[in-house]
Design a protein around this ligand. Structure first.
Ligand SMILES: Nc1nc2c(ncn2[C@@H]2O[C@H](COP(=O)(O)O[C@H]3[C@@H](O)[C@H](n4cnc5c(=O)[nH]c(N)nc54)O[C@@H]3COP(=O)(O)O)[C@@H](O)[C@H]2O)c(=O)[nH]1
Length: 836
């Protein structure tokens, strides 16, 4: 360059290079000059120059910028400039600040770099985009942290050593710790006192965050219990997620979120407890429950249901259709109809089903179900129960069996018979045909029982039951009333009474013959026969009790006819029975109304001297007149009235003895009193006699009790005991009706008798019948051998008395000597004898 110095050339070349560089720079650059105040403090800068990029990137035109002060341009505030100037200008250090150009809405990063002589480059970089990203980032971070802060889930962030770096308020609340207490704690910290659901300790290495740190895998829904500082256990469900830094492979930490499931656990626990309780209850009650979702055919069963069917719960509940094979084939059709109905119309059902278990065992179950209906009016669900009622059924059957059947023979008992009889009468009304009741009683069963023992008797009754069942038609009923009494009900006989009677007798005869065939009992052949009473019935003609009574009467007739026979009921028997009932009713009143009297029949010795009398009961009825003992004594025996009557006789007789004791003419008299079987068998008989004697003041040795042979021989040991006891008191005994029984000599010897009385049936024909004469002779001889007084009763003629006297009979009683008379009459007879 001409005319310039080298320095000037160098300077201008540098200027040119600077210019070229300045102008070529991509960034907007301004050259500024510092403005200092009097104290040398930077107070402003004046823009000296701008490059071409300035107009492109900076928000100003060169013309409006050059020569302007930067504070006026708004690039920096005076205060900021001043403070920067203080800190950096002297050190010639660059400064960077950011500046927002409002009119353009752009952000600039402004780099102020000191050059020399108080000049600066001010370089503008448009950072609007970065600022936007930064602002967005800031926004999302703010959002995230406020989200975490407000979350109900606890969140903690742990570093690579599982040490907590951050936590949110929910974590504090759930763990019962402050943020300060949480921060820095590691998952291994024993203070957590973490436990598994089964109560075992939760080891630090199993903690989900530790697992995530170890494996890099997220963990989900890990349940653990942690103890709060107050000792309460809090249950949490935890998720953990690994944290990686972008562009970095290494695991930096883990974030864990957890929520408090203590309440849920409590509810679950309660639910579990209730389910267990329900299962236990179902087990105790043998009730299984089920649910069937109709559309999907999904079936749910309770454990108990599996148990009832003996199926493994692991195999799952069979579908509804499959279940039919679990029931008895006869039940499935009915069940299907009920299920169809329930599905169609929602009708609940209840049905007894027979469940066939895998091993073939049959159980009786009560099935119940209700439907849950859908909006379409069809069932969506069927919900039901199945109760195993096998044991209950068995008990009911056993109770029914006990209540309605005879345990020995298995036949219906009296109660059941009444039901059957009722049905038979109703059926007879419908069909117009006759029915018949056969009342059966085994002949001499007591003897079989007594001689062979009760087991033999039981065996016979069972065999009889078997034969009866075997020999009858299916519709006919057979029952055992008790003891050896059986009843057969025949139905559908003829429509006419004669025809029905013939049919009934034919069947009864068949039964009689069948039952009279030999029995093989306990290895021995036994024989038995039966008496049968037949009573026909028709619709409404009789009530059940009447019918049974008619059967009894017919049976009585058969027995009276010699047994092993059949007899029909006759209305005349009914009349006799009614009369008997009426007589019994009157006899009950007789004592109270003082209608009974004691007559006395004199007894004399061979010289004709009266030594005593027999007391004989008389009943003077106001309407019936004089009722003889033969009529009412058996009735009194059967009804039990003989007990109060017998006591009255004893009391009256003892009172009479006491009265006689005061009279020299009668003081030596004995009085014989008849004792009935029932009276003698009373356990307190001896005590009763003793107390009557004592109460009356009578002399016991004047009292003679007459027992028949059969009474004395029946329960012989009891007779011996009682008689000995009374004999010790002084009471004498006479054996009445002697010769009619079967007493053996050895037995007779054991009885403390004073007298035997020859039955009047032998005396009657004594003169004409050599047999009777022989019997009387034998009795007299035996009595004398045994040292007993022998008295003959029923002596009506001189011939009889002569015969007896000739054969050394000791004493006589009969119409020949005197009829039974009242006590005052007897005393007159005694006087008359005395006067002879
Ligand atoms: N348990 C009780 N039984 C009693 C009582 N009183 C009587 N009886 C028993 O009743 C049966 C009938 O007695 P009755 O009608 O009194 O007949 C007695 C006499 O009258 C009768 N008799 C006496 N002498 C003759 C005679 O010469 N001819 C004749 N045809 N009959 C005569 O005999 C009956 C006395 O019998 P017995 O007792 O066997 O000596 C009868 O069985 C009485 O036992 C009572 O209080 N309790």
């Amino acid at each position: 360059m001409a005319g310039s110095t080298p320095n000037e050339r160098t300077s201008s070349e540098a200027e040119a290079r600077y210019r070229a560089l300045f102008d070529s720079m991509d960034e907007a650059v301004a050259v500024n000059e510092a403005v200092f105040d009097a104290h040398g403090e930077l107070v402003d800068c004046i823009v000296l120059d701008v490059n071409p990029a300035f107009e492109v990137h900076a928000p100003y035109q060169a013309a409006e910028t050059v020569g302007q002060r930067v504070t006026r341009l708004g690039w920096v505030s005076p205060e900021r400039l001043r403070s920067w100037g203080r800190a950096h200008v002297s050190a010639a250090q660059p400064a960077r600040f950011e500046y927002f150009h409002k009119p353009s809405g752009r952000w600039f990063s402004v780099l102020v770099t000191p050059i020399v002589d108080g000049r600066f480059f001010t370089i503008f970089s448009n950072v609007t985009e970065r600022k936007r990203v930064e602002a967005d980032l800031l926004d999302s971070e703010t959002l995230l942290s406020s989200l975490i802060a407000t979350m109900s889930e606890g969140v903690v962030m742990e570093d690579a050593d599982a040490r907590i770096l951050a936590c949110n308020p929910a974590a504090e609340r759930i763990l019962g710790l402050t943020a300060e207490q949480i921060m820095g704690r590691s998952s291994f910290d024993p203070r957590w006192r973490a436990v598994h659901e089964d109560g075992t300790p939760f080891r630090g290495e199993d903690h989900p965050t530790v697992t995530t740190l170890r494996t890099g895998e997220p963990q989900h829904d890990v349940t653990m219990g942690v103890h709060k500082p107050d000792g309460n256990l809090t249950w949490i469900s935890t998720n953990s997620q690994p944290i990686y830094h972008p562009g970095d492979d290494g695991l930096k930490g883990v974030v864990a979120s957890f929520h408090d499931i203590t309440a849920r656990k409590r509810v679950e626990e309660e639910l579990r407890r209730k389910q267990a309780m329900l299962a236990r209850t179902e087990n105790i009650a043998h009730i299984g429950s089920w649910e069937w979702h109709v559309d999907t055919d999904t079936v749910t069963w309770s454990d108990e249901l599996f148990r009832i069917f003996q199926l493994a719960p692991g195999d799952g509940a069979p579908s509804f259709a499959e279940q039919s094979r679990l029931y008895h084939p006869e039940d499935t059709e009915r069940l299907r109809a009920l299920v169809d109905d329930a599905v169609r119309s929602g009708t609940p059902y209840e049905i007894e089903l027979r469940v066939i278990r895998k091993d073939g065992e049959m159980r009786v179950c009560l099935a119940r179900a209700v439907a849950e209906m859908g909006p379409d009016g069809r069932a969506r669900y069927l919900v039901g129960s199945l109760q195993d009622i096998t044991e209950r059924k068995r008990s009911e059957e056993a109770i029914h069996q006990l209540a309605f059947y005879d345990p020995l023979t298995g036949l219906p008992n009296r109660r059941m018979l009444q039901d059957r009889l009722h049905t038979a009468i109703v059926d007879s009304a419908r069909s117009g045909r006759f029915g018949a009741l056969l009342m059966l009683d085994l002949d001499h069963f007591k003897t079989i029982n007594d001689t062979g023992g009760h087991p033999l008797g039981d065996h016979l009754l069972q065999d009889v039951a078997h034969r009866l069942r075997r020999g009858l038609r299916e519709g006919d009923a057979v029952a055992r009333l008790g003891g050896d009494e059986f009843v057969v009900i025949l139905e559908e006989l003829g429509g006419q009474s004669e025809e029905a009677a013939i049919q009934a007798r034919t069947i009864a005869e068949k039964i009689r013959l069948d039952l009279s065939q030999p029995y093989s009992l306990q290895g021995k052949e036994c024989h038995s026969t039966v008496s049968i009473g037949i009573s026909l019935f028709q619709a409404g003609s009789e009530n059940i009790q009447d019918l049974l009574q008619q059967g009894d009467l017919a049976l009585y007739k058969a027995k009276a006819a010699g047994r092993n026979t059949t007899s029909f009921y006759e209305p005349a028997m009914q009349a006799a029975l009614e009369q008997r009932f009426s007589l019994e009713a009157d006899l009950r009143q007789a004592l109270k109304l003082h209608q009974l009297q004691l007559y006395h029949q004199i007894q004399v010795d061979v010289t004709g001297r009266p030594f005593g009398a027999e007391a004989l009961l008389r009943w003077q009825h106001p309407e019936r007149g004089f009722v003889t003992p033969d009529h009412f004594i058996p009735l009194a025996e059967e009804s039990g009235l003989i007990l109060p009557i017998g006591l009255w006789v004893l009391e009256t007789a003892c009172a009479q003895l006491k009265a006689w004791a005061g009279n020299p003419a009668t003081c030596d008299l004995t009085l014989a009193v008849n004792v009935s079987a029932r009276q003698f068998r009373q356990a307190d008989f001896v005590a009763a006699v003793e107390s009557i004697i004592q109460a009356s003041g009578a002399c016991p040795s004047r009292l003679k009790l007459e027992l028949t042979e059969s009474v004395a021989m029946d329960d012989f040991e009891d007779s011996v005991t009682k008689m000995n006891a009374l004999r010790l008191l002084g009471v004498h005994f006479s054996m009445d009706d002697f010769g009619t029984g079967h007493s053996s000599l050895s037995n007779l010897k054991r009885l403390p008798l004073s007298q035997v009385k020859i039955d009047r049936s032998f005396v009657r024909d004594i003169a004409s019948d050599p047999n009777d004469a022989a019997i009387v002779n034998t009795i007299i001889a035996m009595g004398r051998t045994m040292g007993l007084q022998v008295i003959a009763e029923g002596v009506e003629t001189e011939e009889q008395q002569d015969f007896l006297r000739r054969h050394h009979c000791d004493a006589f009683q009969g119409y020949l000597i005197g009829r039974p008379v009242p006590a005052d009459e007897l005393e007159k007879q005694i006087d008359a004898f005395a006067r002879r």
